[in-house]
Write a protein that binds this ligand. Structure first.
Ligand code: DX5
Ligand code: ZN
Length: 235
């Protein structure tokens, strides 16, 4: 069965002292999206990067052929969405608990020309999707609690992925429109095939990719990304 799988390196685990080079090299290794984790020390207990950094990597990401996948872990979301749209985001996802008006926030992302998506924490119900499928381009399931890279994959996510996949397939059958199913947290070459079998088509990986050998070789990410592709080819 031939499938369309996407790998989304999370730059949270990249070397920020040479971020541009990191982004170029990881895209060159055959990845599709640049996963951009935005944390506010309020919705999650960590503080990361904002629109300024998104703007700084937009041209090199797009030139190299990758989309910028902005994962907002901030509350509230509406104030900051336009800033990321302006800063070159292609996809903007947010957590439904972080918006008082989920339908409005999703619509805002689309109106600004980006793909929109909802993110589900491990304990968050998929029922948030019940009335907004038409406004969603991507569903992101967290397989760790958000806030930090380098955590362990929570196995219960596999069952939840199957449920999300069933919703997406039923929706696609009815409307013909595709929705991507992304998974985020603890993904590595050893578990990626099992995660794909459960229904994911888009895979965020931070520490598994960037935590590897830190030499200056521009091809340094080929091995780990190649292992992920090989594992996906078995699905
Ligand atoms: C966690 C972030 C993830 C994180 C993944 O809150 O949303 O994107 O960077 O890192 P790994 O792959 O190391 O679990
Ligand atoms: Zn993320």
């Amino acid at each position: 069965m031939s499938k369309d799988f996407r790998i989304a390196p999370s730059i949270l685990s990249a070397d920020f002292s040479k971020l541009g080079q990191e982004v170029e090299d990881v895209i060159k290794s055959g990845t599709d999206l640049v996963h951009f984790d935005v944390m506010d020390n309020h919705y999650v207990p960590n503080l990361t990067i904002g629109p300024l950094v998104c703007d700084a990597i937009r041209d090199l990401s797009h030139k190299a052929g990758a989309l910028i996948d902005v994962h907002l872990m901030v509350k509230p979301v509406d104030r900051i969405i336009p800033d990321f749209a302006k800063a070159g985001a292609d996809i903007i996802t947010f957590h439904p608990e972080a918006s008082d008006h989920v339908d409005r926030s999703l619509a805002m992302v689309r109106e600004l020309g980006c793909k929109s998506g909802l993110v589900f924490n491990p304990a968050t119900s998929l029922s948030y999707l019940d009335h907004v499928m038409d406004k969603v381009d991507m569903i992101l399931l967290m397989s760790v609690n958000p806030g930090f890279g380098g955590q362990k994959f929570i196995p219960e996510t596999l069952e939840k992925l199957k449920q999300a996949r069933a919703r997406i397939d039923a929706y696609e059958e009815k409307t013909g429109r595709k929705i991507w199913l992304e998974v985020d947290g603890g993904v590595n070459p050893d578990n990626i095939a099992e995660i794909a079998k459960a229904g994911a088509d888009t895979f965020v990986a931070g520490s598994a990719i960037f935590g590897k050998p830190n030499d200056a070789d521009a091809n340094r990410y080929n091995t780990v990304v190649g292992k992920m592709r090989d594992a996906l080819a078995t699905v």
